[in-house]
Design a protein around this ligand. Sequence first.
Ligand code: SF4
Length: 361
Amino acid sequence: MVVRELQAPVGTGDAAGVSPEYVRISMASAIALRMHSGRFSRDFDFGGINVLLNYQEACRSDCGYCGLARERPGGHADRSFIRVEWPLVRTDELVTRLARFEPALTRLCISMVTHGLAYRDTCDITRRITARIGTPISVLVAPPTIKRERLENLKTLGVDMIGVGLDAVTEDLFWRIRTDVAAGGLSWDKYWEVIGDAREIFGPWKVNIHTLVGLGETDKDLLALFVALRDRQIFSYLFCFNPEPDSRLAAWPQPPLARWHRVQLARHLIEARGFGLEQFDFDDEGRIARIRAARSVLDAVVAEGTAFMTDGCPSGNGGPGCTRPYGSYRPAEPFRDYPFAPTPGDLEGIRRLLGLDDLIN
Ligand code: SF4
């Protein structure tokens, strides 16, 4: 899929379609705001709007799995991001749409990219939004562009939550996939400095870390991070690796659905049910081999379904806010996370893949 323009940039004063006058929005957001025709494969309420800064140079970082990486081949207008289309829209028209649809909105998110103007433009766009709309706002920050005072200023401007796309959950993977490349330069320590500052400034359960399953980490690596973040009252949100055409990891396989659902279940048990790492056994390759819990507890968690829904920033009333449909899979593929409560039929399929009989013996 490719990014497309909903309207051509008008005149040179519009700086050729770049932020802050223009932004990209996810295709799901464009459909929800009636800025693009289309339907979801199933009907569900959708009110989480994802906004992405846009520059001619895309992102100055060069992460191996990302469609916006600077060294990825292809023209700027042909880039996809997490494999979905991100139409280009005028910021002011978007804000007008947001105001019109405000009663249906649950969460707004501005995703920065690594670019010298990203912080300035994020502040500008945040101000335009908060002047007209009261929907809670998250910013998915680009740590190389961020320092403590900038986080404090984002809070002053009305930003409610901070996200950090750590993605690679171990320092070794972070180094190999995000840093040790021609235009890498991202620092694991800087990411954690920003996470710590954000936690102090925004408070408990107001910071989240995006984690990507399938980059080569073990289940044990993931679960250890989930526990550490939970203990600091920081959310961990799951994304499933979904290869971007032409990225350096384009040929890298997606993790099997069975592994993905087991990780979803474990993350939920840790974050929502207080499980510790000692309640999981792992095999020699770090895969979840056993969960130390009563079968009835696991059956109840699976039946409830929340563990398999998209974990994203909440709405103002604490319900689902950002649900990122198709963030981890293509529309034609089975859902990996559900932007709605999974149906009994969905849960039947998940139960089969989980193989709980093997996990509690
Ligand atoms: S979960 Fe959604 S709203 Fe929250 S930081 Fe991530 S993309 Fe933004």
